[in-house]
Design a protein around this ligand. Structure first.
Ligand SMILES: [Zn+2]
Ligand SMILES: [Zn+2]
Length: 362
């Protein structure tokens, strides 16, 4: 289910951001559901494509990772891009911090009297991670179970994520009464206004710890080497990405976990060339086989398959072995195997063969 966003917007891969915008406007106009002959499904697709390609950062990630699909987890399809942290530990430019915008605006809410957002400390969702996994050609065709090792932040098993050293007390902050926020008067051009600020006493957590967890230092998460089993679905292709929801880094202080993106690299196989879900091969046959016809064995990913070469077969003829290709990733069925027949012209013939050929005068 690789979604080709460039295709959807009908633009080249190297189109400028300006071109992306233009293409989006044109396409959105064409298929707008309010219009006669509009197409809502298409409109949604166009919108989704623009959400990614219209943003330079998301576009760069998309170019690198392609659209990813859900990996045997509940939840709906492609989930857009978040920040990535490279599982191999390399820093990259995509480490987005998750801030709770509700908090940023809660102060304003108080000013205008419609009540702020959440009053707890902002918690950061765990970072998304990315890694690359190389698999064999056969593993991509038939699926496989693989193991990957990575270092990531996991929930602290000493305090079980509650941040306190086991057996020590956690008390409600006396200063803020557990809200994590305190009222402050701020002087502005509109006069003195009451704003909410993070409570200094508890750093906005609303709780005070007699002793913070000694293993995670009160963060609720620790770095650990983990080994994960990955089910590679049959039919996956080179450069496709598997998304493991919630398998990224553990969130801070019990916030949600990030996702893990695994980019699949498939090794090539000297015998088979893969195009989508189809397999292409070439087979050499003799001049005699081509003229008289024959039954020959073709090596497919499914094993040997008999192919009938009809009499009078021309070099370059392509035969289709239906359903002998790769299992389709989404939906059902398999691709096909195409065999191109090449006729070997003998480079050497005996005197007798020569005479016979002359006599045949084909
Ligand atoms: Zn801990
Ligand atoms: Zn407090």
């Amino acid at each position: 289910m690789s979604k080709d966003y460039y295709n959807i917007l009908d633009i080249e891969k190297n189109a400028s951001q300006e071109d992306v915008k233009k293409a989006f406007r044109k396409k959105a106009h064409e298929c707008h559901p309010d219009k006669k002959g509009g197409d809502e499904a298409k409109f949604k697709k166009v919108n989704e494509a623009y959400q990614v390609l219209g943003n330079a950062k998301k576009r760069a990630q998309y170019d690198q990772f392609g659209s990813s699909f859900e990996h045997a987890q509940a939840g709906g399809g492609f989930q857009g891009f978040n920040g990535f942290r490279d599982a191999s530990g390399f820093a990259n430019g995509f480490n987005v911090e998750y801030e709770d915008l509700g908090d940023v605006f809660s102060g304003l809410g108080d000013i205008f009297g419609f009540g702020g957002g959440k009053r707890t400390a902002r918690k950061r969702r765990g970072s998304d991670m990315q890694t690359i996994l190389t698999i064999e050609f056969r593993e991509a065709v038939f699926g496989a179970e693989k193991k990957i090792n990575l270092r990531k932040k996991v929930k602290c098993d000493h305090c079980r994520g509650n941040l306190a050293e086991p057996g020590t007390k956690i008390e409600t902050c006396q200063v803020c009464g557990g809200s994590g926020r305190v009222g402050k008067v701020q002087r502005t051009i509109l006069g003195n206004i009451q704003v909410q600020a993070v409570c200094d006493n508890c750093a906005g957590e609303g709780k005070v710890y007699a002793k913070k967890c000694t293993k995670c230092a009160g963060t609720g998460a620790v770095m650990e080497a983990v080994s994960l089993k990955i089910n590679i679905p049959a039919g996956i292709n080179n450069n496709e990405t598997i998304r493991l929801s919630g398998q990224g880094e553990a969130g801070e202080k019990g916030a949600g976990d990030g996702d893990l993106y695994i980019k699949i690299q498939v090794k090539s196989d000297s015998r088979f060339e893969r195009q989508g879900y189809d397999i292409k091969t070439k087979i050499k046959i003799s001049f005699t086989q081509a003229v008289l016809g024959d039954k020959i064995n073709i090596e497919t990913v499914d094993g040997l398959v008999k192919l009938k070469i009809p009499t009078g077969t021309q070099s370059g003829t392509v035969f289709k072995l239906r359903g002998k290709g790769v299992t389709k990733l989404q939906g059902s069925g398999k691709g096909d195997h195409y065999v191109e027949v090449i006729i070997k012209t003998p480079s050497f013939v005996t005197r007798k063969q020569k005479e016979l050929l002359k006599e045949l005068n084909l």
